[in-house]
Design a protein around this ligand. Structure first.
Ligand code: KIV
Length: 263
Protein backbone atom coordinates (compact mmCIF):
# COMPACT_ATOMS: atom_id res chain seq x y z
CA UNK A 1 0.00 0.00 0.00
CA UNK A 2 2.90 2.43 0.72
CA UNK A 3 3.02 4.93 3.55
CA UNK A 4 -0.31 6.76 3.84
CA UNK A 5 -0.22 10.53 4.24
CA UNK A 6 -2.85 13.20 4.43
CA UNK A 7 -2.49 13.79 0.70
CA UNK A 8 -3.31 10.10 0.04
CA UNK A 9 -6.56 10.62 1.98
CA UNK A 10 -7.36 13.87 0.13
CA UNK A 11 -6.88 12.05 -3.21
CA UNK A 12 -9.12 9.19 -2.06
CA UNK A 13 -11.87 11.66 -1.13
CA UNK A 14 -11.54 13.40 -4.51
CA UNK A 15 -11.78 10.02 -6.27
CA UNK A 16 -14.80 8.95 -4.18
CA UNK A 17 -12.83 6.02 -2.66
CA UNK A 18 -13.75 5.18 0.92
CA UNK A 19 -10.96 4.74 3.44
CA UNK A 20 -10.82 2.99 6.80
CA UNK A 21 -9.71 3.86 10.32
CA UNK A 22 -9.49 1.36 13.19
CA UNK A 23 -8.38 2.10 16.73
CA UNK A 24 -5.32 0.33 18.14
CA UNK A 25 -3.49 0.71 21.42
CA UNK A 26 -0.61 -1.75 21.23
CA UNK A 27 2.02 -3.11 18.86
CA UNK A 28 0.38 -6.43 17.95
CA UNK A 29 -2.95 -4.92 16.95
CA UNK A 30 -1.27 -1.99 15.20
CA UNK A 31 0.54 -4.49 12.96
CA UNK A 32 -2.66 -6.45 12.27
CA UNK A 33 -4.70 -3.31 11.54
CA UNK A 34 -2.04 -2.00 9.18
CA UNK A 35 -1.69 -5.40 7.44
CA UNK A 36 -5.49 -5.55 7.03
CA UNK A 37 -5.24 -2.47 4.81
CA UNK A 38 -6.73 0.22 7.06
CA UNK A 39 -5.34 3.55 5.86
CA UNK A 40 -5.41 5.12 9.32
CA UNK A 41 -4.98 3.95 12.91
CA UNK A 42 -6.49 5.98 15.72
CA UNK A 43 -4.82 5.70 19.11
CA UNK A 44 -8.10 6.73 20.69
CA UNK A 45 -8.68 7.83 24.25
CA UNK A 46 -11.32 5.08 24.07
CA UNK A 47 -8.43 3.14 25.60
CA UNK A 48 -9.82 4.52 28.86
CA UNK A 49 -12.83 2.24 28.35
CA UNK A 50 -11.49 -0.79 26.51
CA UNK A 51 -7.95 -1.06 27.96
CA UNK A 52 -8.10 0.64 31.35
CA UNK A 53 -11.67 -0.32 32.34
CA UNK A 54 -12.95 3.18 33.11
CA UNK A 55 -16.56 4.16 32.46
CA UNK A 56 -15.56 7.09 30.24
CA UNK A 57 -12.53 8.65 28.52
CA UNK A 58 -12.24 11.40 31.14
CA UNK A 59 -9.66 9.70 33.43
CA UNK A 60 -7.19 9.11 30.56
CA UNK A 61 -3.90 10.95 31.13
CA UNK A 62 -1.41 12.44 28.72
CA UNK A 63 1.24 9.90 29.71
CA UNK A 64 -1.18 7.06 28.86
CA UNK A 65 -1.63 8.45 25.34
CA UNK A 66 2.10 8.92 24.81
CA UNK A 67 2.82 5.35 26.00
CA UNK A 68 0.16 3.73 23.78
CA UNK A 69 1.01 5.93 20.77
CA UNK A 70 4.66 4.83 21.01
CA UNK A 71 3.59 1.13 21.25
CA UNK A 72 1.43 1.47 18.13
CA UNK A 73 4.01 3.40 16.12
CA UNK A 74 6.76 0.81 16.72
CA UNK A 75 4.72 -1.85 14.89
CA UNK A 76 2.67 0.07 12.36
CA UNK A 77 3.89 -0.31 8.80
CA UNK A 78 1.86 1.74 6.32
CA UNK A 79 -1.07 3.39 8.09
CA UNK A 80 -1.20 7.05 9.12
CA UNK A 81 -1.37 7.24 12.93
CA UNK A 82 -3.68 9.75 14.60
CA UNK A 83 -3.42 10.13 18.39
CA UNK A 84 -6.05 11.60 20.70
CA UNK A 85 -5.37 14.50 23.03
CA UNK A 86 -7.19 13.47 26.21
CA UNK A 87 -9.58 15.46 28.39
CA UNK A 88 -8.33 18.95 29.41
CA UNK A 89 -4.95 18.64 27.66
CA UNK A 90 -5.78 21.23 24.97
CA UNK A 91 -7.96 23.74 26.80
CA UNK A 92 -5.24 26.37 26.46
CA UNK A 93 -3.14 26.94 23.34
CA UNK A 94 0.07 26.40 25.37
CA UNK A 95 -1.13 23.03 26.67
CA UNK A 96 -2.30 22.01 23.20
CA UNK A 97 1.12 22.78 21.72
CA UNK A 98 3.26 21.01 24.34
CA UNK A 99 0.95 17.97 24.57
CA UNK A 100 0.61 17.63 20.77
CA UNK A 101 4.39 17.80 20.47
CA UNK A 102 4.66 14.83 22.86
CA UNK A 103 2.28 12.75 20.71
CA UNK A 104 4.13 13.66 17.50
CA UNK A 105 7.47 12.76 19.11
CA UNK A 106 5.95 9.42 20.17
CA UNK A 107 5.41 8.76 16.45
CA UNK A 108 1.91 10.07 15.58
CA UNK A 109 1.41 11.86 12.26
CA UNK A 110 -1.64 13.82 13.46
CA UNK A 111 -3.40 14.75 16.70
CA UNK A 112 -7.16 14.64 17.32
CA UNK A 113 -9.16 16.92 19.60
CA UNK A 114 -12.86 17.24 20.39
CA UNK A 115 -14.64 20.53 19.70
CA UNK A 116 -15.54 23.15 17.14
CA UNK A 117 -15.40 26.92 16.87
CA UNK A 118 -13.68 27.41 20.26
CA UNK A 119 -10.72 25.39 18.98
CA UNK A 120 -10.16 27.24 15.72
CA UNK A 121 -7.32 29.47 16.99
CA UNK A 122 -5.63 26.46 18.59
CA UNK A 123 -5.95 24.46 15.35
CA UNK A 124 -4.42 27.30 13.27
CA UNK A 125 -1.57 27.68 15.76
CA UNK A 126 -0.77 23.93 15.72
CA UNK A 127 -0.92 23.68 11.94
CA UNK A 128 1.35 26.74 11.55
CA UNK A 129 3.87 24.94 13.77
CA UNK A 130 3.78 21.70 11.75
CA UNK A 131 1.21 19.64 13.68
CA UNK A 132 -1.69 18.34 11.55
CA UNK A 133 -5.06 18.24 13.31
CA UNK A 134 -8.13 16.00 13.12
CA UNK A 135 -11.17 17.59 14.78
CA UNK A 136 -14.02 15.56 16.35
CA UNK A 137 -17.64 16.78 16.37
CA UNK A 138 -21.11 15.38 17.14
CA UNK A 139 -21.09 13.05 20.16
CA UNK A 140 -17.75 14.06 21.66
CA UNK A 141 -17.23 11.55 24.50
CA UNK A 142 -15.12 13.91 26.64
CA UNK A 143 -18.31 16.03 27.00
CA UNK A 144 -20.50 13.13 28.13
CA UNK A 145 -21.35 14.97 31.36
CA UNK A 146 -22.52 18.03 29.43
CA UNK A 147 -24.68 15.86 27.14
CA UNK A 148 -26.10 13.89 30.09
CA UNK A 149 -25.13 10.56 28.49
CA UNK A 150 -23.98 9.11 25.17
CA UNK A 151 -26.72 10.67 23.05
CA UNK A 152 -27.04 11.19 19.30
CA UNK A 153 -26.26 14.84 18.46
CA UNK A 154 -27.55 17.09 15.66
CA UNK A 155 -31.14 15.89 15.69
CA UNK A 156 -32.72 19.35 16.04
CA UNK A 157 -32.37 21.97 13.27
CA UNK A 158 -30.48 24.26 15.72
CA UNK A 159 -27.96 21.62 16.75
CA UNK A 160 -27.49 20.38 13.17
CA UNK A 161 -26.81 23.97 12.05
CA UNK A 162 -24.28 24.43 14.83
CA UNK A 163 -22.39 21.19 13.98
CA UNK A 164 -22.25 22.23 10.31
CA UNK A 165 -20.97 25.71 11.27
CA UNK A 166 -18.32 24.12 13.53
CA UNK A 167 -17.23 21.80 10.70
CA UNK A 168 -16.76 24.68 8.27
CA UNK A 169 -14.89 26.70 10.91
CA UNK A 170 -12.42 23.93 11.77
CA UNK A 171 -11.72 23.35 8.07
CA UNK A 172 -11.09 27.08 7.60
CA UNK A 173 -8.78 27.00 10.63
CA UNK A 174 -6.62 24.37 8.90
CA UNK A 175 -7.81 20.98 10.21
CA UNK A 176 -6.90 18.11 7.85
CA UNK A 177 -9.60 15.63 8.90
CA UNK A 178 -12.90 15.57 10.78
CA UNK A 179 -14.41 12.73 12.82
CA UNK A 180 -18.22 12.93 13.09
CA UNK A 181 -19.67 10.68 15.79
CA UNK A 182 -23.32 9.66 16.28
CA UNK A 183 -25.17 12.20 14.16
CA UNK A 184 -28.07 11.62 11.74
CA UNK A 185 -26.88 10.22 8.41
CA UNK A 186 -28.36 13.08 6.38
CA UNK A 187 -26.36 15.64 8.40
CA UNK A 188 -23.10 13.68 8.06
CA UNK A 189 -23.64 13.31 4.31
CA UNK A 190 -24.35 17.02 3.96
CA UNK A 191 -21.19 17.96 5.91
CA UNK A 192 -19.04 15.47 3.96
CA UNK A 193 -20.27 16.94 0.68
CA UNK A 194 -19.73 20.55 1.81
CA UNK A 195 -16.19 20.06 3.17
CA UNK A 196 -13.05 19.61 1.09
CA UNK A 197 -11.29 17.73 3.90
CA UNK A 198 -12.12 14.03 4.42
CA UNK A 199 -14.80 13.20 7.01
CA UNK A 200 -14.55 9.96 9.02
CA UNK A 201 -17.87 8.74 10.40
CA UNK A 202 -18.79 6.57 13.37
CA UNK A 203 -22.51 6.07 13.82
CA UNK A 204 -22.93 8.71 11.11
CA UNK A 205 -24.24 6.64 8.19
CA UNK A 206 -22.72 5.64 4.86
CA UNK A 207 -22.32 9.10 3.33
CA UNK A 208 -18.99 10.04 4.97
CA UNK A 209 -15.63 9.63 3.22
CA UNK A 210 -14.38 7.01 5.69
CA UNK A 211 -15.50 4.91 8.66
CA UNK A 212 -13.90 4.31 12.04
CA UNK A 213 -14.75 1.70 14.67
CA UNK A 214 -13.22 0.93 18.04
CA UNK A 215 -11.20 -2.29 17.62
CA UNK A 216 -12.84 -4.09 20.55
CA UNK A 217 -16.33 -3.21 19.24
CA UNK A 218 -15.73 -4.56 15.74
CA UNK A 219 -14.23 -7.75 17.22
CA UNK A 220 -17.32 -8.19 19.41
CA UNK A 221 -15.29 -7.91 22.64
CA UNK A 222 -16.79 -4.83 24.29
CA UNK A 223 -19.70 -6.46 26.04
CA UNK A 224 -22.08 -3.77 24.75
CA UNK A 225 -23.25 -2.97 21.29
CA UNK A 226 -24.36 0.47 20.17
CA UNK A 227 -26.68 0.37 17.16
CA UNK A 228 -23.94 1.38 14.71
CA UNK A 229 -21.56 -1.48 15.61
CA UNK A 230 -21.29 -4.69 13.59
CA UNK A 231 -19.45 -7.67 15.08
CA UNK A 232 -17.08 -8.58 12.22
CA UNK A 233 -15.72 -11.55 14.19
CA UNK A 234 -19.04 -13.41 13.74
CA UNK A 235 -18.43 -16.37 11.45
CA UNK A 236 -14.68 -15.66 11.13
CA UNK A 237 -11.82 -17.91 12.27
CA UNK A 238 -9.25 -15.23 13.03
CA UNK A 239 -8.82 -11.61 14.07
CA UNK A 240 -7.05 -11.04 10.75
CA UNK A 241 -10.13 -12.24 8.84
CA UNK A 242 -12.43 -10.00 10.91
CA UNK A 243 -10.26 -6.89 10.37
CA UNK A 244 -10.04 -7.68 6.64
CA UNK A 245 -13.82 -8.10 6.47
CA UNK A 246 -14.37 -4.66 8.06
CA UNK A 247 -11.93 -3.00 5.64
CA UNK A 248 -13.55 -4.67 2.63
CA UNK A 249 -17.11 -3.93 3.81
CA UNK A 250 -16.37 -0.20 4.15
CA UNK A 251 -14.66 -0.02 0.79
CA UNK A 252 -17.49 -1.92 -0.92
CA UNK A 253 -20.15 0.32 0.66
CA UNK A 254 -21.56 -2.68 2.57
CA UNK A 255 -20.96 -1.16 6.03
CA UNK A 256 -22.64 0.77 7.56
CA UNK A 257 -26.13 -0.34 6.52
CA UNK A 258 -29.51 1.22 7.28
CA UNK A 259 -29.80 -0.62 10.63
CA UNK A 260 -26.53 1.00 11.80
CA UNK A 261 -27.78 4.50 11.05
CA UNK A 262 -29.48 7.26 13.06
CA UNK A 263 -32.12 9.59 11.63
O1 KIV B 1 -11.30 7.49 21.18
C1 KIV B 1 -11.77 6.95 20.16
O2 KIV B 1 -11.63 5.76 19.90
C2 KIV B 1 -12.51 7.81 19.25
C3 KIV B 1 -13.37 7.14 18.21
C4 KIV B 1 -14.61 6.66 18.85
C5 KIV B 1 -13.63 8.01 17.04
O3 KIV B 1 -12.46 9.00 19.36
Amino acid sequence: MGKITVSTLDKMKAAGEKFVCITAYDATFARLVSEAGAETILVGDSLGNVVQGHGSTIPVRMEDMVYHTACVCRANTDAMVIADLPFMTYSSAEDALSNSAMLMQAGAQMVKMEGGVWLSDTISMLVERGIPVCAHLGLTPQSVNVFGGYRVQGRTPKSAKSILADAVEIQDAGASLLVLECVPAHLATDISEKLDIPVIGIGAGAGTDAQVLVLHDLLGLSGHSPKFVQNFMAGKNSVQDALGAFVQAVKAGEYPREEHTYS
